[in-house]
Design a protein around this ligand. Structure first.
Ligand code: UDP
Length: 331
């Protein structure tokens, strides 16, 4: 298939571009490079540097390239920032997605795989999370993602768009060959922060909250390897038909605690990784882990990386060999 990948220079996007290319798809990437990294992309993959806020660019692009499908990653991801600057998120993550959908409608492109998030569930009462649970997104980031899910559903009904929304759990790890990985600025995610301590770039990691109702008092998350997520996109794309309305949780089904992540990282890196107990981080939910049986049943996808040690080891290979990330944005 000929596929437009928006945000293909980002963390999950760049791994998915590789997986799509390896599966024989012809990929064109559109990325503003505001947060993405040009060097995360193979030089042979065509890159258009541009923004989804530009309808003329989109119209010209869809007119000149006959895309069969779009895989849409481009979005801001900082949950905390979304709380203080919600319109920035509604603008980029919702309005710009509407621009993209409008271009797809105009040019008859009827397949989209969309990056959604398990944060759409909010603070659920039951675990693991199944797709049918009610959604109650708490942050502007999560609400904007959920708003797009509605726009996709309504577009499917009105003009036969086929879509798959993948509700990601905690993407982690790096490419098995160590050449691409996670590089966010600022970094707020647990595993990269822990590994930055191991690299001597931070003195300690703060454990945000030790009094949660979980086995060791720290939050449980479902850490899914980024290459497994990439494979889920390929499977989703290849199964998608116009008019489909599909929503899948993509996680491993296992909830790991903050303390577990730190302990495994100590063992993987051989570094003591000092940790200090800190207050809860506003907005954190005690437990989030997936029931991914629907995507396993319907698309035959299941995660290859089921051992957290391997996930953290792959992240460590990347961070150790790229201590300042891609090094393309530092002043
Ligand atoms: N966390 C932590 N210290 C940090 C960063 C994260 O204790 O420096 C915790 C955070 O409170 C959450 C878990 O690690 O319980 C995963 O956080 P992350 O930001 O990686 O992903 P999220 O689940 O928030 O999307």
């Amino acid at each position: 298939m000929k596929v437009l990948v928006t945000g293909g220079c980002g963390y999950i996007g760049s791994h998915t571009v590789r997986a799509l290319t390896a599966a024989g798809h012809h990929v064109v990437v559109l990325d503003s490079l505001v947060t993405g990294h040009r060097v995360a992309l193979d030089e042979r993959v065509p890159l258009i540097v541009g923004d989804l806020c530009d309808p003329k660019l989109l119209d010209d692009l869809f007119a000149s390239e006959k895309f069969d499908a779009v895989v849409h990653f481009a979005a801001f991801i900082e949950v905390g920032e979304s709380v203080t600057n919600p319109l920035k998120f509604y603008d980029n993550n919702v309005s710009n997605t509407i621009n993209l959908l409008r271009a797809m409608q105009t040019h008859g492109v009827l397949k989209m795989v969309f990056s959604s998030t398990c944060a759409v569930f909010g603070t659920p009462d039951t675990m693991p999370l199944v797709e049918t649970l009610p959604c109650n997104p708490a942050s502007p980031y999560a609400r904007a993602k959920y708003a797009v899910e509605w726009a996709l559903e309504d577009s499917s009904t009105a003009w036969n768009l086929g879509y798959t929304a993948l509700r990601y759990f905690n993407a982690s790890g790096a490419a098995s060959d160590g050449t691409i990985g996670e590089d966010h600025d600022p970094e707020s995610h647990l595993i990269p922060i822990v590994l930055q301590v191991a690299l001597g770039q931070r003195e300690h990691v703060k454990i945000f909250g030790t009094d949660y109702d979980t086995p060791d008092g720290t939050c449980l998350r479902d850490y899914i390897h980024v290459e497994d997520l990439a494979a889920a996109h390929v499977a989703a794309l290849e199964a998608l038909e116009p008019g489909d309305k599909r929503v899948y949780n993509t996680g491993t089904g296992h909830g790991a605690s903050v303390r577990e992540i730190i302990d495994i990282s100590r063992s993987v890196t051989g570094h003591p990784i000092p940790a200090i107990e800190a207050p809860r981080r506003p907005g954190d939910v005690p437990k989030l882990y997936a029931d991914s049986s629907k995507i396993q049943r319907e698309l035959g996808w299941s995660p290859e990386y089921t051992d957290l040690r391997e996930i953290i080891a792959s992240a460590w290979r990347w961070h150790e060999s790229h201590p300042t990330g891609y090094n393309d944005k530092r002043k």
